[in-house]
Design a protein around this ligand. Structure first.
Ligand code: HEM
Ligand SMILES: N[C@@H](CC(=O)c1ccccc1NC=O)C(=O)O
Length: 284
């Protein structure tokens, strides 16, 4: 900290200015942020002018995935402790991160097939399909899949982190357990379900949300339902934006990971997140 009241008024080009005195070693900024590490991780494989934007966009999205996973895991812990305020605070932070994530498409949203082809061959079989942090997000949403976990077996550290998320209850499982402890009749079959199986819509859970949505409009449980709906919508918007970017850059060619490409992604994007929160709307 600089306590000299006149320091900011002096021209910073002056060699004696306190703001421009050299640091010893790395700056405190770099020590904290590791900007020099982050900014040394861009290694395009071609001279194609659009590759850097594609690489940085992907890296930026990975960082947002990390933050979203962090917030959902915090929310899950808070629900387990019946701390609705802490859980909602984490979910609100995750909603802002999701909004930023979705804004991150901009640099690559209008790649032409020729621009994308300029570097596509260079990354071989690499694909966002192999993103462990994206898969962690899906597992937290309840989208469990032993096959998607198995794909990471070759990388033990990554596999173990994902395997833990696979074995643990999802964020939505913890929300339903919380609502049950709040006195709402979440069916036993849901509370005692095998949490490693993918979550699918349950009529008894639609009933719980119907009770909440038909009740007082300023109840905290309804605010929770709306916050989860915002999150579900933003995840679905990310998936549909991805579909549009893919359609524009490569049409219906097969994907680099070996999927059918567009048709496969369209099917995945159509899966509802927190299904009962969408079904209940037709019942209120
Ligand atoms: C021009 C841009 C992009 C194209 C053409 C593209 C294309 C594809 C395709 C075809 C797939 C299907 C899997 C395969 O067979 O490869 C896929 C999956 C995926 N991509 Fe991209 N992608 C693009 C940008 C991104 C970016 C920036 C991210 C951010 C990390 C990303 C994340 C993912 C994820 C997470 C999946 C798996 C989706 C799932 O499992 O449902 N993609 N992408
Ligand atoms: N699946 C894409 C490749 C791809 O998207 C990708 C390749 C390397 C690093 C990140 C990627 N991002 C997202 O899928 C394709 O089929 O071309």
């Amino acid at each position: 900290m600089n306590n000299c009241p006149s320091a900011l008024a002096e021209p910073v080009t002056d060699d004696s200015h306190p703001l421009t005195q050299p640091f010893t070693g790395a700056s405190p900024y770099d020590t904290y942020v590791h900007a020099s590490v982050l900014n040394s991780l861009q290694h395009p494989l071609t001279e194609a002018p659009d590759e850097m934007g594609f690489l940085v966009t992907t890296q930026v999205m990975e960082l947002w995935f990390t933050l979203i996973v962090y917030e959902w895991r915090s929310a899950r812990v808070a629900f387990a402790k019946d701390d609705l305020h802490a859980a909602m605070d984490a979910l609100v932070r995750s909603r802002r991160a999701l909004t930023a994530l979705n804004g991150a498409w901009a640099p690559i949203a209008a790649l032409t097939p020729a621009q994308f082809n300029g570097f596509r061959a260079a990354f071989g079989q690499a694909s966002g399909f192999q993103s462990a942090m994206y898969r962690h997000m899906e597992f937290l949403l309840g989208d469990k899949s032993s096959g998607m976990l198995r794909a990471h077996r070759g990388d033990p550290a990554v596999h173990e982190a994902l395997a833990e998320a696979y074995r643990e209850p999802s964020l939505y499982d913890e929300v339903l357990a919380f609502l049950h402890r709040q006195g709402l009749p979440v069916p036993r079959s849901v509370r005692e379900r095998d949490v490693t199986s993918p979550y699918t819509s349950e009529p008894g859970v639609v009933d719980v949300w119907r009770h909440i949505y038909a009740g007082p409009q300023h109840h905290p449980h309804l605010a929770l339902g709306e916050l989860l709906t915002d999150i579900a919508e933003l995840v679905t918007r990310w998936r549909f934006e991805h579909v549009l970017v893919v359609r524009r850059a490569m049409g219906s060619k097969p994907g680099s990971a070996g999927s059918a490409g567009l048709a496969w992604l369209e099917k995945r994007a159509a899966r509802p997140v927190f299904p009962e929160l969408w079904e209940v709307r037709g019942d209120v």
